[in-house]
Design a protein around this ligand. Sequence first.
Ligand code: BGC
Length: 706
Amino acid sequence: MRNACEERIESLLSQLTLDEKIGMIHGAGIFRTAGVPRLGIPSLVMSDGPMGVRAEFGDGEWVGAGHGADKVSYLPCNSAIASTWDRDLARSAGRVLGCEARGRGKDVILAPGINIKRSPLCGRNFEYMCEDPYLTGELAAQVVQGIQENDVAACPKHFACNSQETERLWVDTVVDERTLNEIYFPGFRAAVDAGAYTIMGAYNRLHGEHCCTSRALLDGVLRDQWGFDGAVISDWGGVHDTDAAAHSSLDVEMSVAANFDEYYMANPLKEKIGAGEIDETVIDAKVRNILRLMIRLNMLEPESRQRKRGAFDDPAHAAAARKVAAASIVLLKNEGNLLPLDEDRVKTVAVIGANAETEHSYGGGSAEIQALYEHTPLRGITMLLAGRAKVRYAPGYIALKRPERKRNWQAESIDRPREVIHSPKASETDRRAAIDEALAIAKDADAVIYVGGLDHRHDLEGQDRQSMRLPYGQGELIEALLAERPDTIMVMMGGSPVEMPWLGKAKALVWSYYAGMEGGTALADVLFGRVCPGGKLAETFPVTADDCYAHKLGEFGRKDTVTYRDGLLVGYRYYDTANVPVNFPFGYGLSYTRFDYENIAIGRADGGWTVRFDVVNAGERAGAEVAQMYIAPENRQDGEPVHALKGFARVTLEPGERKTVELALTRDHLAVWDSETHGWAVRPGGYGVQIGASSRDIRLTGRVEI
Ligand code: BGC
């Protein structure tokens, strides 16, 4: 029996003409479809992206509206959200994004980005969460639900295996079935199970088929296996063939060009239907999914009057962004407790490095936004010390400036690949002068803070990085600075790891992803101890990109076919299994206090187990610890990782406080994908249960047996 929603869909469908249906399934503006006003069906209005609602463009052109009314709250990027390891914070970020999207009149927000960080060099890593499918799924589910509380659809992207930007529209990706199911699908599966109303296909091909029109992926996996009944939206320009689009589970074709009637699912499709080559029922299936989405979002009359209204630039949103940002910052090194700095004692602070003053919100590709404001690190530090200390700034290195352009790069994005951006060749004299200026202010300052790393000329859609080396000659500057002031506090910002040949010389090191409008204030709070750092790396920081298994195999950044021969061995699954020395392991992060782990106890519960243990704050100040649970199968087979994350909890503890953490361990956590039966299977045998503070800092162990 059909429910009321499905009845309504059928009734509307029966009243729609072919032209009206066609209008609903493809872009009629660069970010919207056509509506059917006579039936109270509006356009479906979409917007990027993960870090905030994107600025307005003209309906048919990639030229910004050019007014300030579309400035919005700028949220920490997905990598930052992942390094909080905090489900509540992930949800709060989603809520803000959804509320602002609604406030800006959007129906679908093209977020979160949840591809797996397979290589440190993928240009869009900053938009993605991490290298681990379980953590991605746990947090993505929260972001999705947070967004959708606002009558706005989330659109997890890009399904699937969009883990490189090189030749992204055409590269063919070959991945074995087990790896797909254990590494590249779980994040999307979790988002679907969390109720995501839409999903975006990826540009790349998977086993020869373009993901946006792949029957294997969209029909076989997404609809049939996972039961997805939402709408599938193409990436912008990700469709290449009318028949493939019509016959796959794709519902909405979007692209970057303004010739909307020429889209594959526009006139060409209509002609094929007219000629009897394609059956009209294939369109009905798509329209059903779109109407279902609209009903879920309360978009159709008369419910539209009850639809949530949203709001943007609300001060509460900035406060939420600050909380997420502060929790995302990772303390990587703190020899001699150089940090936190004492805000009452420092009288002169030298802030060095162009990233102290760079605004990142406008860059990165489709994730760019017009931020209401963006507190840079320099501003954050200066505001925190307000009036009490002298803050001097020198860029120290010469970074590329914000590009000036009228038309957005996306207008041409599917016609030609991006040019690779190289660091500018600043003259030797200018470079030297910048270094000398920096050394001069560092010399006598009470505290020296270096803020460097990457920017969105490197963490960028449409282009992968060439190496993990720091751009703009920062290496030389850092060496000189650490020679002059070995107590320099190093702060690195970026969307994925960088080489740190100077690591042995640095005493204090802090990592911040692009942390949103309050990134600078949150960083200052951490540096001066108003916030105790509790973020943990959600990706391994290798020494160089060559250490990454995909790179070792020569299977990253290829233009024709990329074969994921690294299989399951992605991120720590490889580094920990092959014992590769790394700069910082997965799950790593220090605090201003310390935590002890005690008393592991594993009990049976509901066909699975409950793993209990105590975390004790053994230091002098309150702080948060992310306790992690890894499962290590005793009968591990070739190509399988030594262990994998299957649980975590972020706990906040007062000094001396003890809390018992309880993590559920289910049979599903032990299951592996069986490519012969095409399903999950639990192998009999023993499984080590490892509780730790990082993937390489296991504090307690236990065991379960099947
Ligand atoms: C990106 C998507 C984005 C879309 C719309 C594409 O280039 O890959 O992530 O949502 O453009 O801007």
